[in-house]
Design a protein around this ligand. Structure first.
Ligand code: TYM
Length: 332
């Protein structure tokens, strides 16, 4: 609780152009909590450097990610929007929690295994301890609820384990957070391979729909989406590609699976793919427009960052102070 309100925290890495997976699985859902909860939404640039980044790109994407938060409906007057590296408490608690996280636990993280396979020449310690920094992000704010896609579930469970461990050793210190995973969009899959998650770091640009893609690009990508040799728009064995398109269509139109199957009965995949592309492009048009407007005013984005960092820092210090005392650090 912070000032009588339960806390929501989530973060997005500015490590690439954001995809409709990030949008549907996470960002789009953030605004719903603003009235009832005290919300912190963070651009996690410190997480991004676990993989090599071009500095100018990282800087640009940090502004872009913040602008996308706002374009997707997050009002900075109602949500604390901030950049992780601007609040030093994340690094401090991250280190402390490293000392309460086991090597074996981190070794079991599937994202670490995937990322080390992809970055075999740079399996750095940060990549390994990434989930402890994520736990610090969450636990610093006494977070109750963490809206994320299902790919973050394992990290979230580790954050809960770390919180429970610390609380067990030093008496109640951290709220033990719960995940909030959207049932309808927990994992948007790649358009090129419906067996893998749509990811901003995918090298196949055609398999990934970016929030800021033009309408033409969106239509083209959906037209090329991998499906199967059948013709019925429904879910089923061997129909993961169509199932994924149904999920995306449903997210943008609110239609149920039955309605979608009825709508495209006897019409074939071509029509369906065009309809998904149209629904997606139209659904994102407002976000794209607002984003373009916000990106014109860097000064304003910096003001949001500055206010957000000050407010996040004040909240974070309350937890950090408690942690320092319990650990036996001398505070002057
Ligand atoms: P990141 O930057 O990879 O993704 C941001 C959010 O988007 C969700 N997501 C998806 N959801 C559905 N389908 C997809 N294909 C898809 N791809 C991504 C992710 O689940 C996430 O919610 N470790 C986090 C960032 C982070 C964080 C945190 C999140 C750092 N600290 C604290 C929550 C709380 C990450 O890499 O997200």
């Amino acid at each position: 609780m912070l000032n009588g309100k339960k806390v929501v925290f989530s973060g997005v890495q500015p490590s690439g152009n954001l995809t409709i997976g990030n949008y549907l699985g996470a960002i789009r859902n953030f605004g719903a909590f603003s009235e009832e909860y005290r919300c912190f939404y963070c651009v996690v640039d410190m997480h991004a450097i676990t993989v090599r980044q071009v500095p100018a790109d990282l800087r640009r994407r940090t502004y872009e990610t913040l602008a996308l938060y706002m374009a997707a409906g997050l009002d900075p007057a109602k949500n604390t929007l901030f950049v992780q590296s601007q609040v030093a408490a994340h690094a401090e608690l991250g280190w402390i929690l490293d000392c309460f996280t086991m090597f074996g636990e981190l070794s079991r993280m599937t994202q670490f295994k995937d990322k080390s396979a992809k970055n075999a020449d740079n399996i750095n310690a940060g990549l390994f301890t990434y989930p402890t920094l994520m736990a610090a992000d969450i636990l610093l704010y006494q977070t109750e609820l963490v809206p994320v896609g299902v790919d973050q579930k394992q990290h979230l469970e580790l954050a809960r384990d770390i919180a429970n461990r610390f609380n067990g050793l030093y008496s109640d210190t951290f709220v033990v957070p719960e995940g909030y995973i959207p049932q309808n969009a927990m994992k948007i899959m790649s358009l090129g391979d419906p067996g893998v998650k749509m990811s901003k770091s995918d090298s196949n640009q055609n398999a990934v729909v970016y929030i800021l893609d033009s309408k033409d690009d969106i239509l083209r990508k959906f037209r090329r989406a991998v499906t199967d040799s059948g013709c019925e728009v429904c879910r089923g064995e061997g129909k993961d590609g169509i199932g994924n398109l149904m999920t995306i269509y449903s997210c943008f139109t609110g239609k149920s699976d039955e309605e979608i199957t009825r709508e495209f009965s006897g019409r074939g995949y071509g029509d369906f793919k065009t309809a998904v592309g149209e629904a997606c492009a139209d659904g994102l048009a407002g976000v794209r427009e607002e984003y373009a407007r916000l990106m014109q005013d860097k000064g304003y984005l910096e003001e949001v960052m500055r206010t957000g960092a000050a407010s996040a820092s004040a909240a974070a210090q309350r937890t950090l102070g408690k942690v320092r005392r319990k650990l036996g650090f001398v505070t002057l």
